[in-house]
Design a protein around this ligand. Sequence first.
Ligand code: ACM
Length: 685
Amino acid sequence: MRIFSKLSFLLMFISVTILSGKQMDNKLNLMPVPAKITFGEGKFRLKASFAVSVKGSCNDRLYPYASRVLRRLSGRTGLFFTQDFITKASTSDTAAFNINCIRAGEVKLNEDESYTLEVTPEKITLKAETDLGALRGLETFVQLLSSDAEGYYIPAVKIQDAPRFAWRGLMMDVARHFMPLEVVKRNIDGLAAVKMNVFHWHLSDDQGLRVESKNFPELTKIASDGFYYTQEEIREVVKYADARGIRVVPEFDIPGHSTSWLSALPELASAPGPYKVERKWGVFDPTFNPTLEETYSFFDRFFSEICPLFPDAYMHIGGDENNGKQWSKNPQIQEFMKKNNIPDNHALQSYFNGRILKILSKYGKKMIGWDEIQQPDLPKDIVIQSWRGQKGLANAARAGFQVILSNGYYIDLIQPTDFHYLNDPVPQNSSLTESEKKLVLGGEATMWAELVSPENVDSRIWPRTAALAERFWSPGSVTDVQDMYRRMEIISPYLEEFGLTHIKNQDVMLRRLSNDMDITPLKTFVEVIEPLKGYSRHSQGVTYTQYSPYTRAVDAAVPDPKAARDFKNQVDTYLKTKDEASYLALKLWLTMWKENHASLLPIINGSPVLKEIESMSYDLSELSSAGLKALEMLHSGKPVPESFRNEQAPLVERAKKQRGQAELVIIPAFIRLFNLPEAKTPKYE
Ligand code: ACM
């Protein structure tokens, strides 16, 4: 174990040296990158006397927000600021940081979020049309915090900033796995920190309806299994989000994805019940019967009660993946279609949507839904959320609908950050006309919750969502992937200020798996594995359900792990430059992994749940052992002999195999090191 810690320490030293080298070239660590930055001369030094004053006409949400920012700054610097809370009375002319907004902002689509932040060595000025712009500017301000030998400072800059897209959101599915209030709140804080402005709350699905209905108490009781938000809690979340400049868009997914509702309301289903709240994952048949007047009187009473809880103009009706099986088999529905000249199931769903739209309009709501709701006669103020592809987005915009993109932003599918980051709602080669492009309001990351629990959900959302926030906020020309990763890793730990658990819960989970033993060897291993991507975790001999454990090595592993990325980059650098620093760093990595299996075995032996990854840990040590040999040959200037390379091919093939629904992420780096034929780059849909 001792040699092991020494190696980790040396590795850390080398990576820190490389990283700080990178930071010296006057790069800011801002994420999202602002629209315009002009560098000034000098530094504004932070001292305990630092104080904030607010002038102009702001909504009250600004004062506590600014106070929280001041506390975060104090927390990061250890400075005992003399100012306590920022209030309406904080108008001192001598305060070094002045915030000025022209008018109170409203948390609604298309509200002005622009701001100008000017830092000189003497003072800082944040000006915004609305307090919402000021909130965004405050986040830029904390991200500017820097340090040198003298202490903490803010570099002199002038930033003029405004979002590229008006709709920048995260969808959180709380139906597949219920997410307690604190999970919701800490993620809303995370969204505000990266200037996102929509929390899309997926509140119902086959596996649960998560709101309290006072009109239909039995519905809540049966359809939620007791896991729901009270109306008071919903108001609390809406208020919490508003205080951070974030809209809450609720989703009730109908007419399909509705088994939970129909378990309480079997008489409204399109086939005879009874129904039980679904426990498995997939697309299921139960669907509301769109031909019954009782269906609409139910939704009228339901929405009459639910709409007022959510002040946002939009209500999401889902509408995806209705397989129509119950409709096609029901003679009464078929008769209704014939009588009303409804040619097919899509048209029948359109009829349903039209009736729901009338109800929503009555309660002052506009409609948003997934691709499938699109039909020509819907009013043009509805929004289509495109999950099936860029084509769907283009079709919607060409048909004159407002649209947001989610295809390519399915963060539950464990794809690498750069894949999401380079997926632009309006790419440079977009074939849309200028006026069609204006209909693209933005995008949303979607956190579907089949394979997560409250314990690890943050690690699927963060830090990748920070990179997505940049895609939605920053100019489309900001596409430097290496720099995105650099900044994302710097921002990531600060997100834990809000109680987000994306970094720390890995250790929590590994401690439980390690049975009180030192987690270091397990962590070293888990840092280079990833859960299987896409939907493939569902087809590897395990049937996951709502009540499965989400606590195994695969669940502690995170998407796009940094250690694996650093190793890949190091291999690439070494192969290009053959420099001594990369050689040494690689040697350390490989030695550590070579020896890790022996350290991990005692943990595995005391923890049967880890048995499933034993052979993968062994493969990692074998690969590393061969990697060390290849490295030595390369570094002595000798070519790696063909025979050596050929010997490694079966090892690489064996190491590629999934174990415990996880896979080693660093195989491509070994393939390069061994100079084996490159695997095809996977294509993500
Ligand atoms: C969806 O992923 N079915 C919207």
